[in-house]
Design a protein. Structure first.
Length: 654
């Protein structure tokens, strides 16, 4: 429950007065630790912050010494200690011990270029009264969100879209192109969101508002064109471990206890093991287990806990648990969801808060930067098959890759060849690695109503992505291309958002991610693909780096992607688990909201009730329809008046 918000007025004095009155009166659902506002002249800033560093500071947006600068800040700058020492040597004097003040002093020294020096995760706004300039910035990988819009000659921004919708006179509308994007690539392409006229500041971007003009620029890029280092395995593993250890060390900076997520996978286990090397006190760890054995990883979690001797806490998740909290999860996500997976993570963050913790480290990001996902293996197998497209043996590698996809195993080779795009034309497509996933997801759009499909027309998000790929992308190797697509789109737009910031901050839990230290990411970019994936052995170099830091069973286990039950969470024995499921899928409610074809949805529901619904497409379709209906009811039909779940907000609102 932390975030930033604010308004910059370009209007009359009357507008300013209303702005200030609104800022004072409507900072609500604030964090349990710190919250406050600052209103002066044409600017109003507000935030609700967790007390993590410098517990006595930060009751409201912070000024510099002479009051010419004010900052509202969400996140952490982990290298603030080193930056402060440099600034003190240059003559800067500090009134607090917070990382917030370091941002202000570095801005005084270097202006907008200050962001290039920060190591952390952030969304902040600085009001420079001398220049009458508002400066916004977001961290490199997009851990912390930031949104903005114009309303009545006012620039309105916040860490939550709910903050913007709270501004007087805002009337939320659906952006159907944003919906189309989400129903294809699982997220929207910044600056677009699913709300018309409300934009998202892209990761690694800054924005200034000055003299009524907006300028946006990028200060960091994920660039696989820098070339690979000719490191031997041992040298590469040593460099990777050293970089990850340093990234973990500075993310332990806190005035409150720090815990860790321990999923039973390699990534979280190695991070937890590194943490153990920096403390002699018992380390609290947290994990999810599932009643359904298909999704459960307790065997490996227990092995890691015993090996690391942590004080472990587990939450066991059932389908009923997911159904009960799903409306709350959609409320916090502020957009439709294609999977139920964020719901267990929402409950996990609740467990962490109940244990009086508010900071946890995790292994998030390792799969993206070091080649851990099945989609990287899949692309490699598809290219291998395409070298001999008539082979009857090579297609079986794909079936071995996805043992949990029963529907896939029953398909004939001809179907697999078409589905996985195994032909020369597709091999030349820059989006080759992601085409099967994105086209499978896009099939859900067949359930859109005629009006929605007509409004979207011939728009193609895949064409937009092709047109926006960075210069030199065509010269990157295939593995790098796949990594870029995964890390640039799904990762910030879905993993770090719906499964990260939103479900964590819903319970005032700050996640910290050593693998997302930009120095670790930049090192990983330079590692040869053959060290990231040795044949089909994913994250090979990380396993080498892990050595005796993790138990053998965790290091050598077959990777299990994080998943949660979808249809079975909302239906049991063909019947809805919760009343809202039945209510939102009724034909009249579907027709009233206008997003989906009620007849087509009815046929899907018949499959679900008969037990015939199966496979990824049906699971995604049902979850997507249900979450979209929830989203429309909560944000479009009756904004500010919750119909389902508990009312709440994890970021500051204005």
């Amino acid at each position: 429950m932390c975030g930033i918000c604010g308004v910059l007025s370009l209007g009359s004095n009357g507008t300013d007065a209303r702005l200030i009155e609104k800022m004072i009166g409507t900072i609500r659902h604030r964090g349990p630790d710190e919250s406050g506002i600052h209103c002066s002249g044409r600017i109003g800033l507000g935030h609700a912050r967790l007390s993590i560093i410098d517990l006595c500071g930060g009751q409201q947006p912070m000024p510099n010494a002479d009051g010419s600068l004010w900052i509202s800040f969400n996140g952490e700058i982990y290298n603030y200690v080193e930056l402060r020492k440099d600034l003190e040597r240059q003559g800067h004097q500090f009134a607090s011990h917070s990382d917030t003040e370091v941002i202000l002093h570095l801005y005084e020294e270097e202006g907008e270029e200050c962001v290039r020096h920060f190591n952390g995760q952030w969304a902040f706004a600085i009001w420079d009264s001398r220049k009458e300039r508002l400066f916004l910035s977001r961290d490199r990988l997009g851990v912390r969100p930031l949104y903005y819009t114009w309303k009545d000659n006012c620039f309105v921004f916040g860490s939550e879209i709910k903050a913007i919708l709270a501004y007087p006179g805002m009337s939320p509308e659906i952006d159907l192109i944003g919906i189309d994007q989400l129903f294809t690539i699982w997220c929207t392409l910044p600056p677009r969101t699913v709300f018309k006229g409300i934009e998202e500041l892209p990761p690694a971007s800054c924005l200034t508002v000055e003299d009524g003009r907006v300028r946006r620029w990028t200060y960091w890029k994920l660039d696989y064109g820098v070339g690979y280092e000719n490191w031997a395995e041992e040298e590469c593993a040593t460099k990777l471990l050293a970089s990850l250890t340093e990234a973990t060390r500075i993310r332990l900076r806190s005035d409150v206890p720090v815990g860790a997520y321990l999923s039973g996978g390699l990534d979280s286990t190695i991070v937890t093991s590194i943490i153990r090397g920096f403390t002699d006190t018992p380390l609290k760890t947290f994990s999810i287990s599932f009643e359904n054995a298909e999704f459960d990883e307790r065997k490996f979690q227990n092995e890691a806990v015993q090996f690391l001797n942590t004080d472990h806490h587990e939450i066991r998740i059932s389908g009923q648990d997911i159904a009960e909290v799903f409306p709350e999860v959609v409320w916090h996500a502020e957009k439709p969801l294609l999977r139920s997976a964020p719901a267990p993570l929402y409950l996990l963050s609740k467990l962490v808060r109940e244990q009086s913790y508010k900071v946890v480290l995790s292994g998030e990001g390792a799969d993206e930067i070091l080649g851990g996902y099945d989609i990287y293996k899949e692309a490699k197998i598809r290219r291998f098959w395409a070298a001999q497209p008539e082979s009857r043996i090579r297609p079986f590698l794909l079936k071995r890759l996805y043992p949990y996809l029963n529907n896939l195993h029953s398909q004939p080779v001809a179907y697999l060849k078409a589905f996985f795009h195994v032909n020369p034309v597709d091999l030349r497509d820059f989006l080759f690695s992601h085409l099967p996933r994105w086209e499978l997801t896009a099939r859900i759009k067949a359930l859109f109503s005629e009006d929605v499909r007509s409004a979207i027309g011939s728009y193609s998000v895949l064409e937009e992505i092709r047109d926006s790929l960075p210069p030199g992308f065509a010269k990157w190797d295939h593995f790098a291309q796949a990594q870029y697509l995964e890390t640039s789109y799904l990762f910030p737009g879905y993993i770090l958002s719906s499964q990260g910031d939103r479900v964590g901050m819903a319970h005032s839990i700050e996640g910290r991610f050593p693998f997302l230290d930009h120095r670790v990411v930049e090192l990983a970019v330079r590692i040869q693909p053959t060290l990231k994936m040795r044949v089909l052995n994913e994250k090979y170099i990380l396993k080498r780096a892990a050595g005796n830091l993790v138990p053998a069973g965790v290091r050598t286990r077959k990777k299990q992607p994080y998943r949660a039950p979808d249809i079975e969470s909302f239906f049991a024995s063909g019947k809805p688990r919760e009343a809202y499921v039945q209510e939102l899928l009724e034909p009249e409610r579907l027709r009233r909201n206008g997003m989906f074809n009620s007849n087509a949805v009815g046929k899907l529901c018949e499959k679900v009730r008969s037990g015939a619904a199966m496979g990824v497409k049906d699971n995604m379709a049902l979850t997507a329809i249900l979450s979209t209906q929830l989203w429309i009811e909560e944000f479009i039909n009756t904004p500010g008046h919750r119909s389902f779940g508990q009312r709440g907000s994890h970021h500051a609102t204005i």
